[in-house]
Design a protein around this ligand. Structure first.
Ligand code: SF4
Ligand code: SF4
Ligand code: SF4
Length: 265
């Protein structure tokens, strides 16, 4: 149930944000204002504070529902599962890499290297996907629909121009699209828990969240099914622990456990 609600909420936010990126729905622009990194950079303390407060209380729900790049990775993983079952396993966190990426991001952002920092900032990364790939794709589809309508004697739709916004930015978008898709298909949320600077901050905030994913040692038979379903690779069955800083609150583990050993409370 929790997982279904999470997927529904993520789908609604993702569609709304994409409509906003494609210029179809100005009304969903509010979803862009609650993106953590842009909110911090714009000193939007209400939005950034709200995300931080929810994360400190209940963990990284933001990463499974609000961040478009997180949902993009989930879609890639879902597509991969159509062909081969995902079989994750627990791996220790890469704290040094995570801290180094977050520090590099902050230094670049503060020293005028915002364009470079944007290479790993999740909202910017997804924004490049939307404007360089999805927007031209939508224009191609709209033009095809206009051609069809004209052929059937209803020339009621105007054709739109297809933009290519700079080859360098297109190259950056292409490389990050392929790299992220491969990493997500192979290791789930590895990008989120090593490279993403927002993930590093939210990971710190969620480490002691009182509402957390819990593994009940009394019910656990150590079958490992929850760890296999965990795309954050953060369930340490052997020691009965869940790394709350890496858990993205996808709730996959709750359904995977047939013994009622996993809960969010
Ligand atoms: S860790 Fe970063 S990329 Fe991943 S879902 Fe969270 S904000 Fe988005
Ligand atoms: S799926 Fe349930 S029983 Fe199996 S290891 Fe995880 S918590 Fe334990
Ligand atoms: S511990 Fe559970 S909720 Fe957290 S990321 Fe892993 S599967 Fe998802």
């Amino acid at each position: 149930m929790l997982r279904a609600l999470r997927i529904l909420a993520a789908a609604a936010v993702f569609v709304g944000l994409n409509l906003f990126f494609l210029g179809f729905a100005e009304g969903t622009g509010g979803l862009a204002r609650i993106q953590f990194a842009p909110a911090c950079m714009a000193f939007n303390l209400v939005a950034a504070g709200a995300v931080a407060a929810v994360t400190m209380l209940a963990g990284r729900i933001y990463c499974s529902v609000v961040c478009p790049l997180g949902v993009f990775q989930d879609i890639v993983l879902w597509m991969r599962k159509l062909f081969a079952k995902a079989n994750f396993s627990y791996r220790p966190g890469r704290i040094v890499v995570r801290a180094a990426c977050a520090a590099a991001f902050v230094v670049l952002a503060l020293c005028g290297g915002a364009a470079l920092a944007g290479v790993i900032e999740p909202y910017s990364v997804y924004g490049r996907f939307a404007t360089h790939f999805f927007e031209p794709l939508a224009a191609v589809c709209a033009n095809a629909a206009a051609d069809l309508a004209a052929r059937w004697g209803h020339p009621c739709m105007l054709k739109t121009e297809i933009f290519v916004r700079g080859w360098a930015a297109l190259g950056v978008a292409g490389v990050s699209f392929v790299a992220l898709a491969v990493v997500a298909a192979w290791r789930g949320r590895l990008f989120c828990n090593t490279v993403c600077p927002v993930g590093a901050v939210l990971g710190l905030l969620s480490a002691k969240a009182p509402v957390r994913i819990r593994l009940d040692a009394a019910k656990c038979v150590k079958c490992g099914l929850c760890a296999k379903a965990c795309k954050a690779e953060c369930i340490d069955v052997a020691n009965g622990k869940v790394d709350q800083s890496r858990c993205v609150r996808c709730f996959n583990c709750l359904g995977a456990c047939k013994k009622g050993g996993m809960s969010w409370k």
